[in-house]
Structures are given as structure tokens and as C-alpha cells.
Write a protein that binds this ligand. Sequence first.
Ligand code: NAP
Length: 352
Amino acid sequence: MITRELGRTGIKITDICLGTMTWGEQNTEAEGHAQMDYALERGINFFDTAEMYAVPPRPETQGSTERIIGTWFKARGSRDKVVLATKVAGRSPMTWVRGADEARLDGGLTRLTRKQIDDAVHGSLTRLQTDYIDLYQLHWPDRAIPAFGFHTWRDYPQDFVPFEEILDALGRHVEKGTIRAIGVSNESPWGVMSFIRASETKGLPRIASIQNAYNLANRVFEYGLAECCMREGVSLLAYSPLGQGYLTGKYRNGALPQGSRKQLFNRLQRYERPGADAAIAGYLDAAAEFGLTPTQLALKFCQTREFMGSVIIGATSMAQLKEDLDAFDLVWTDAMEERVNGLHVAHPNPCP
Ligand SMILES: NC(=O)c1ccc[n+]([C@@H]2O[C@H](COP(=O)([O-])OP(=O)(O)OC[C@H]3O[C@@H](n4cnc5c(N)ncnc54)[C@H](OP(=O)(O)O)[C@@H]3O)[C@@H](O)[C@H]2O)c1
């Protein structure tokens, strides 16, 4: 297992991270525990979760994923074996994420105000049964921005909690020791650079990572963010490396496997846009040409990017988890690089 530094923090993370967001909805507590046991056995030291999980987000299951990790820490006494990343929800109308009364204070929204950040940290620590979080990420910005598959820019409302204020709120937790490092998620180049400028001019904590979607069908990160992040020492933590399952080929030709995310929840429209089908088919065919499974091609592609900090995998069965981890054993060749880059030029980012 390869380890890398998380940003400039000195914290060592494996370049494969265990995603958790299905635990508490698609997966039971026992299944979550089994996945964490197996991931540790395979040498993974990095887990990613969020206060909002499980997904799809709903009030009845909010916090269940963190609770499952908490009971595992308690049962195994394994807190010190894991670099644990969690997230605070950004601006949203999901007031139930943090308690309706509190959110009402900020216009009926979850916001990244100091008070809401304090409450969110406290909630996560309690559910996780720990007294510190290794990496605390802003799940999405306080700014209203196009994210999660939106294609176009418009003049979004400009009232947002200033970068300095957010960093100061996080910095107090860093001082107290409740947070070790901070990161962003679903961020833009302007957001990344604004956070860095605020930390440098005001002596506030510096973001170590950005967690954005990144996969063969969505290389948008490479256009503006890759340069910012590489030059500024911000690690990419790539989510949805398998395009939520699409890049495994499981939905090819209209297939709808029983128990799959699409069959259960039908919210994968990000991977069903015009042009997505042809691009994904191209990658599935390319994998076959090289004698690979589509999963091998998709995961190894992510891991071999120069700017990659860690690839966040997600699995709903032990067989998937094993297949996903084994996929990284592949040796990436120049021919594979050329083939996927050719497909990227022919079908640029159908699933941003
Ligand atoms: N920051 C954010 O906004 C954000 C957003 C999304 C995810 N994340 C993080 O990233 C993690 C991974 O995201 P993701 O779940 O979207 O990743 P993904 O790797 O693109 O998709 C994972 C899903 O694909 C299917 N799958 C996985 N391995 C497979 C295999 N070998 N064969 C067939 N199907 C397979 C499973 O779903 P089915 O079995 O249901 O088909 C699995 O849940 C999450 O757990 C979370 O920690 C963060």
C-alpha cells in the first residue's frame, strides 16, 4: 500500500481511502464493521465519512454512518489505526442535518457559521465516539455554487460566510485538538485559492485537501483545480472513481441489477446525460481490449494521476470491496494512458 502526505500536514494517508456513505442505508452496521476490518487487514489507514450520511440523505438515517464507525472504534479499540475524515454540510435547506432550531437562526439553512460548525463538530465527535477528527472537510461551500453535476454558471447569491470566519471557526478546533487538519469538498479554483489566501494573510489553518468527483467520465478537476492544488500542496481526494457504478459496466445496455444504487434510488442522473453513454461504452470497450475489468481500468486510472492524494472507493458487498482493492494491483502502461486520453478528447467530461 502506498502512503502519501495529506497536503502539507505531515499526516500519512494511504492512496486508497475507504468510503462509507452506504452504511446505515444500503449496508447494515455489521456490514460496515466487516468492511472496516477487511480494509485495515489490507493496509488501508484512511476512512471518509460525513455528518450527513447515510445516502441518499434523509432525516431518519442522518448520522447513522458516523454511528457505525463509532461502534466499530469502541468494539475494536482501533481509533489510533485510522486517519478519519468527516465533513460538515455546507449551505442547504436540510435543516435536520444539524437540528431544526439551530438552522432556523441562519435563515432556515445549514450554513458554515461558527456556531453551526461548533455544533457539527460536537455532533460528529459524539457519534464517532472519539475526541478528535483527523481531517475535517467542508462538504460543499457556504456559497451557492453550481456543484453535484450542474453545468452552467449564473449569478448566484453573493451572501456567504467569509473565508476568514470559516477558517477561524475551524482554527479554534485545531487549537483545542478536536480537529487535526482541514479540507474542502465540491470546491472551485476560486474557492481553493481564496481559502489559501485567507489562511496566509491571517495566519489561519491551511486547507490540506479537496474532495471532488473525479473519474474517467469527469476530469473537470484537471482544467483549473489541478494546477492550483499541485502548486499549493492541496491533495485531491477523489470521490465516485467508478462513476457511482456506471464505470463497472453494470448498467450497460440498460441493465438494472437488483439491489444496485440505481435500481434502489434512481438518482444517478449525473451519469445519464447526453454523451455519457457513448463515453462510458468507450471505456468499457477499452478495458476489454487490454484484457482488464472495467473496474481495474477506472480505479487504476485515478490512482496514477500525479495530483492524486487518495482514491475514495465505495462498496456495498465484500466481493465488490475485494475486487476494488485488487484492481489497484494493475500495472498502468503508456498504451492505457494513450487510450484513455484519446477517449477523453473524443468525449470530454460528459458527467461533470
Ligand atoms: N464529497 C462528496 O460530495 C462525496 C460524494 C459522493 C461520495 N463521496 C465519498 O466517496 C465515497 C465513494 O463514492 P461513490 O460510492 O460514489 O464511489 P464509486 O466508486 O463511484 O461508486 C461506488 C458504488 O459502485 C458500486 N460498485 C463498487 N464496486 C463495484 C464493483 N466492483 N462491481 C460492481 N459495482 C461496484 C456500488 O454500488 P451498488 O452496489 O449500489 O451498485 C458502490 O456503492 C463515498 O462512500 C463517500 O465517502 C463524497
